[in-house]
Design a protein around this ligand. Sequence first.
Ligand code: NZQ
Ligand code: ZN
Length: 389
Amino acid sequence: MDNFDFHVTTDIRFGKDRLAELPEVLNQFGKNILLVYGGGSIKKIGLYDRVIDQLKANDNHVFELAGVEPNPRVETVRRGAEICRKEQVDVVLAVGGGSTIDCGKVVAAATKFEGDAWDLVLQRRNYQGDALPLVTILTLAATGSEMNSGAVITNFTTHQKLGTGSKVMLPKVSFLDPQNTFSVNTYQTAAGSADIMSHLIENYFKRTEGTDVQDSISEGLMRSVIKNCPIALKQPEDYDARANLMWASTLALNGLTGNGKAGAWSCHPMEHELSAFYDITHGVGLAILTPRWMEYVLNDDTVDKFASFAWNVWNVEEKVPMLAARIGIQKLYDYFKACGIPMTLPEVGITDEKFDEMAKQAVAHSKIKTDAFVPLDEAAVKEIYTDCL
Ligand code: NZQ
Ligand code: ZN
């Protein structure tokens, strides 16, 4: 196991009906609030009104950044930072899924940044500046953004979807009420669960030896998602299913399963290009790519990890490692399909037209070619895209 720091200071307020705690939380930072939200789902479920009631009773001055897009855009970040500077906002309150929270993070930092918001994103993980404090209310179990310091922002003019982040973007407080996810439709529930699975898989398939703790936690979280996503799909208001998905999303990407393990991710860099060029749902892109990536990198050198995945996550009984590995991959594919996820690229409107360009960008924007579980060059990435047709 490699050396690591684990200092994730987000104050998690998990559970039912805890919004009465919001004023006390916000008052630590000031009275001027930027309320950030997406395309309206929080209004439909009554959460917007409940938040506004708390803010009114607390004499907050509320400014709004509404309409954050899934795959949030840099133009929206710029708009938010302008409001924060003009209105002297003290704290950003992001209410929504990963896109809204990511947008809130970069707005919080861009407000304190002298240059253009895209130049901040281009600093990737090296941003050294300050940020406004961020509080979040999560409404979709998927990204883990509620308890990590990363954000992903898209520039559709240049077809770039890039991860950025810094310690100062870590949410100060996150409210995790599973009831706020009852209204998430089957497509987004399945996509969110695929994203959680992918975060666990990306961290699981690494080369560092002796990481039993991280790997056992990952296996347990994967089993929890595999069990609870189908329940949430059938009974959207099953509290425990939603609660387990929500807590799994948070723990899958807060450092718990990835720290102490070196190496770069594989499917996320490939997926980010699909979203950058075609604006598809992140979790769906990952579900399509992951089993194909697994088939591509399975060989005599990698088989042990895949066999562990099959035995410990899917309870595969086959004892021969290579056969077990193949069954495990098939089970993952079948599981995504059974959750209703379209499992080919043409089903989400993607053809081979831009594979060369996307493969080039996937390699240029990440360390997939040098540090991945199995290093992949442009030709390899293109082959994996082709296997998804
Ligand atoms: O915009 P609204 O109206 O809120 O609707 C959203 C959106 O259409 C809807 N939704 C959210 N909560 C809902 C709801 N609908 C009904 N009821 C609710 N309670 O769901 C749709 C998708 O929302 P979005 O926030 O885009 O989804 P998600 O949480 O999956 O976030 C995806 C974004 O996060 C990035 C992805 O690349 C993508 O841009 N990621 C962020 C990461 C991070 N910060 O650590 C890591 C991830 O790997 C990922 O890359
Ligand atoms: Zn993801």
